[in-house]
Design a protein around this ligand. Structure first.
Ligand code: GLC
Length: 752
C-alpha cells in the first residue's frame, strides 16, 4: 500500500473575537513548568528580561578570540540568543559564561539557517516539495538536526512555509510551493523532523515556521515587497501551513519582512496576537527577521527605533533579531507607560518556556560524544533518495532512460559545479563532498565526452560553442546540464525574466542543428521558462538544485536505475509574464477556453475594437501554463479508471469515499502520485476551480492495478468566508482523482 496522505484535517482556524488573551490560556497547561518560569521571571531585573528578548547576530566567519564586550554582555545577562556562531569552542565559551557567571544562569540558544541540510545537503525545499513525500521532508530535517546540533545549534530558522505563486520571486526556491494542503503536510513533517521525538534530546532543534505571513505574495515577485491579501485569502491559502506547524508543536515563528495589508508583520497585532496566540493557541515565541523591527521605519510605519520597539512589543513580537531597539528603548518605554512590564514578562516567559523545553537548563552543553555523524552513509543515502524523489520528468520523447552502451556528450554549465548544485541557503555545505553528474558518470564508467560550452550559467560567450558542437556530433545523445547558478535564486534574488540565463538557449539551438537527441537536465531554484527551446530538446528533467548527492541521483535516473519520482509543487509558466500563475485560481466571469482564445496574429490590421465573447487570456501565449501543478512523468504510464463515489449526497458529519483504480500500463515498475481535488462550485465567495485535498504515492508493478480511496467529510469542505466564519456551504461539489491539476476522472456530489 502506498503512503497515504489522506484528508489532512487542516488545523481548525478558529475565528474568535475573544478579548485580548491573558497569560493563562496561552500555555500548554504544564503548570509545573509555568510555575518554574513565573518564579524565575519574578526575580529578574528589567535589564535581564530585555536580555532574553535579544538575539545577537554574528558572522560565522569570525576568527580569533571572541570580543570581550560580547562576553561581558553575556556575563551581565544582556543577550539571550546568538545567530551564526558556528564554532563549538565559541559556543561552549559563551554558554559557560551565561550558565556559570550571569546573574540568573539562563542558558543561551544558538541558531542557524539549516534549511535543507547542514553538511549533508538535500535538494532545495522547492525540490523536496516536488517529492510529495512527508517522509522525505522529515528525513531532511532530521539529518539536519543530528548534524548541526553537534556544533551547539539547537534552533533552526526552518521550515519556510510561504505559499509561492510567482516564479520571479527568488525565495520560491525555499518555499513549499503553491498549495496550502501540500505545504501543510510538509510543515508537519519538517517540524517533526527538526524537533524529534522529544525536544529535550540533544539532537532536537526548535523549529521556526517562517515568514509569518504572506511573504510570498510580494507584488511582482519582488522580494521584500508589499503583500495585499484579503483576510479570507490569508486564512484559506497563506495561514494553513503555519497552523499545521503550530499544531505539530513548532516552538518558534519568524515574522516576515513584508507589510500585510498596510501593517508590517513585525508590528502586526492582528497576525501575532489575534491569529497566532488567541486562535492557534501558539505558546512558543516569535522572533523578528533580520532587523525587520527597525525596518518598520523604512516601511513608514514607525517614526524611529523607539517607536518601532513600542509597536513590536505591543504587537507581541518576543525576540528582536540583530537590530537593537529593544535593548535601547524598552526600559524608557516602560517608564513612559507606552509598554507594560506585564507585556515584557509575557514575552520573556515565551522564550524561557522554549529554553526549558529544549532541556538547556539541565543540559546546556553538547555531549562530548555527539559528533553529528556528518556525511554518514545513512545521511547521504537519504539525500540521494530525496534527490531522486524530487526530480521531475517534464518531457520524454521516448529517449529516456538511456541504454548504458550509448556515447554521451555532456554539455552545459552545470554538469560539474559542486557549489552550484547545492543551491541557496547552504552556508555550511562543503562542496568537496558534492557528487556532481560528471563525478557520477566517472564512477559508473559512462562513455561520455565532457565539453561545457559555457563556463557558468550567465556566460554569454560563444567561444566554446564549436568544441561543444563537435563533441555532440561525435556522440549518440547530448545531455545538456543547464539552469541557474545557486546565487540566482534565494533571498533578494528575484528575476523578471526566468529564461535560461546567458547563452544557454543559443547553445541548445546550435546543438539541435546537429540532429542529435538532447536531454535537458535543469538545475535551478525556480521553474525556468523553456518555451523558446522546448521543441529543440527531446527530454526535460527538472532536478532543482539537488544537493550533495544530486549527481548520483541524476545518473541513476538518466540510465534507468531509478525513476524520476517528482511531481510539480508549483505551476510551471510558459514565461514570467504569466506570473503569478497557480492552479487553485478562481474561475472569473470569463474563464478562458480554446474556442474563445484570440491568437494575436489572427487579429486583422485595423480590426474594429471588440471584446464580446472574449475571455481571460494573453493574446500571445494563451492561458495554459507550460506544465500544470502536480505534473510529472515516470518511465511507465498509468491508467485511471473506475471512479466511484460511496454516495451522491452527504450532510453534517457524514463521510463520503471516492475511489479509482490505477493501473500500470507499462513494462516496468513505477511510482505514481495519485492526487485528489475538489471544487466547491457555488459559494458565498467565489471558490477556486480546484483544491488539493489528498494525495497518495503508490508503487505498482508492470500490469498491476490498485484501488486508491480518499475519504471526505464536511470538515474538508470548509473555508473561511467573507464574515470570517469557517463554514461548509450546501451545494454541488466536483471531485477529481487525477495525476495533475489539469486532468483526471471527474464526478460530483451534493452536500446538504
Ligand atoms: C534572513 C532571512 C531569514 C533568515 C534570517 C537569519 O534575512 O529572511 O529567512 O532566517 O535572515 O539568517
Amino acid at each position: 500500500m502506498g503512503k497515504r496522505i489522506g484528508i489532512l484535517i487542516l488545523s481548525i482556524i478558529i475565528i474568535s473575537c475573544s478579548a485580548k488573551s491573558s497569560d493563562s490560556n496561552k500555555v500548554d497547561g504544564n503548570t509545573k513548568l509555568e510555575t518554574k518560569i513565573d518564579d524565575l521571571v519574578a526575580n529578574m531585573t528589567i535589564e535581564e528580561k530585555i536580555g532574553q528578548l535579544t538575539l545577537r547576530g554574528t558572522s560565522s566567519r569570525v576568527k580569533g578570540a571572541l570580543p570581550d564586550s560580547l562576553k561581558q554582555a553575556v556575563r551581565e545577562g544582556k543577550i539571550g540568543a546568538f545567530l551564526n556562531v558556528m564554532n563549538l569552542d565559541y559556543v561552549n565559551e559563551l554558554q559557560q559564561i551565561a550558565v556559570e557567571e550571569s546573574p540568573k544562569g539562563i542558558p543561551l540558544m544558538f541558531s542557524r539557517d539549516v534549511i535543507h541540510g547542514f553538511k549533508t545537503i538535500f535538494p532545495i525545499p522547492l525540490g523536496l516539495a516536488a517529492s510529495w513525500d512527508a517522509e522525505t521532508a522529515k528525513n531532511s530535517a532530521r539529518v539536519s538536526a543530528v548534524e548541526v546540533s553537534s556544533v551547539g545549534v539547537r534552533w533552526t530558522f526552518s521550515p519556510m512555509l510561504d505559499i509561492a505563486r510567482d516564479s520571479r520571486w527568488g525565495r520560491i526556491a525555499e518555499s513549499p510551493g503553491e498549495d496550502p494542503f501540500l505545504a501543510s503536510v510538509l510543515a508537519k513533517a519538517y517540524v517533526q523532523g527538526y524537533q524529534g521525538d522529544s525536544l529535550n534530546n540533544h539532537t532536537s532543534l526548535a523549529a521556526c515556521a517562517k515568514h509569518f505571513i504572506g511573504y510570498g505574495a510580494a507584488i511582482g515577485g519582488r522580494d521584500y515587497n508589499t503583500a495585499i491579501i484579503s483576510e479570507p485569502l490569508l486564512r484559506n491559502v497563506y495561514l494553513p501551513p503555519f497552523a499545521a506547524a503550530v499544531n505539530a508543536g513548532a516552538q518558534t515563528i519568524m515574522t516576515s519582512f513584508n507589510e500585510v495589508n498596510g501593517v508590517p508583520a513585525s508590528g502586526n497585532t492582528f497576525i501575532l496576537d489575534t491569529v497566532l496566540r488567541d486562535e492557534l493557541k501558539f505558546d512558543g515565541f516569535v522572533v523578528s527577521d533580520w532587523e525587520s523591527v527597525t525596518e518598520m521605519i523604512n516601511h513608514g510605519y514607525a517614526a524611529d527605533e523607539k517607536h518601532a520597539a513600542e509597536l513590536a512589543v505591543n504587537a507581541g513580537l518576543d525576540m528582536e533579531m540583530t537590530s537593537k531597539s529593544y535593548e535601547k528603548y524598552i526600559k524608557v518605554l516602560i517608564e513612559e507607560g507606552k509598554i507594560s512590564e506585564d507585556q515584557i514578562n509575557f514575552l520573556v516567559k515565551n522564550i524561557l518556556r522554549v529554553k526549558f523545553k529544549l532541556g538547556l537548563f539541565e543540559t546546556p552543553y553538547v555531549p562530548k560524544n555527539h559528533n553529528g555523524d556528518l556525511y554518514a552513509e545513512d545521511h547521504l543515502n537519504k539525500a540521494e533518495d530525496a534527490a531522486v524523489k524530487s526530480s521531475v520528468l517534464l518531457k520524454n520523447n521516448d529517449i529516456l532512460p538511456l541504454k548504458r552502451n550509448v556515447k554521451v556528450a555532456v554539455i552545459g554549465p552545470l554538469a560539474s559545479k559542486p557549489h552550484e548544485q547545492l543551491g541557496t541557503w547552504t552556508f555550511d555545505g562543503d562542496e568537496t563532498h558534492t557528487v556532481t553528474p560528471i563525478d557520477a558518470f566517472k564512477k559508473s564508467s559512462v562513455n561520455y565526452d565532457f565539453v561545457e560550452g559555457l563556463s557558468y550559467s550567465r556566460d554569454n560567450s560563444t567561444k566554446n560553442f564549436n568544441a561543444a558542437i563537435a563533441a555532440a556530433k561525435a556522440s549518440d545523445v547530448i545531455l545538456f546540464f543547464g539552469g541557474e547558478e545557486a546565487i540566482l535564486s534565494g533571498e533578494a534574488h528575484s528575476r523578471s525574466n526566468t529564461n535560461l540565463p546567458g547563452a544557454q538557449e543559443d547553445l541548445i539551438k546550435a546543438l539541435a542543428k546537429t540532429g542529435k537527441p538532447i536531454v535537458l537536465i535543469i538545475m535551478a531554484g525556480r521553474p525556468i521558462s523553456i518555451s523558446n527551446i522546448i521543441n529543440d530538446v527531446d527530454a526535460v528533467l527538472m532536478a532543482w538544485h539537488p544537493g550533495t548527492m544530486g549527481g548520483i541521483a541524476i545518473e541513476k535516473i538518466i540510465f534507468g536505475d531509478a525513476e524520476p519520482g517528482g511531481r510539480l509543487p508549483v505551476t510551471w509558466p510558459i514565461t514570467a509574464g504569466q506570473s503569478p500563475i497557480f492552479y487553485n485560481h478562481k474561475s472569473t466571469g470569463r474563464p478562458p477556453k480554446a474556442e474563445s482564445f484570440v491568437q494575436m496574429d489572427s487579429i486583422k490590421v485595423g480590426a474594429w475594437q471588440s471584446s464580446l465573447g472574449n475571455t481571460s487570456h494573453y493574446l500571445d501565449i494563451g492561458y495554459e501554463p507550460q506544465f500544470p501543478f502536480g505534473y510529472g512523468l515516470s518511465y511507465t504510464t498509468f491508467e485511471y479508471s473506475d471512479l466511484k463515489l460511496s454516495q451522491n449526497t452527504i450532510s453534517n458529519d457524514e463521510t463520503l469515499t471516492v475511489s479509482a483504480t490505477i493501473t500500470n500500463m507499462g513494462n516496468r515498475e513505477g511510482e505514481e502520485v495519485v492526487q485528489f481535488y475538489i471544487q466547491d462550485v457555488v459559494g458565498s465567495i467565489t471558490r477556486p476551480v480546484r483544491e488539493l485535498k489528498g494525495f497518495e504515492r503508490i508503487l505498482l508493478k508492470s500490469g498491476a492495478s490498485q484501488e486508491v480511496t480518499f475519504k471526505i467529510s464536511a470538515q474538508d469542505l470548509k473555508f473561511v468566508n467573507n464574515t470570517m466564519k469557517y463554514v461548509v456551504e450546501p451545494g454541488l461539489f466536483n471531485v477529481w482523482i487525477a495525476s495533475n491539476a489539469s486532468t483526471g476522472l471527474k464526478t460530483s456530489f451534493n452536500y446538504k
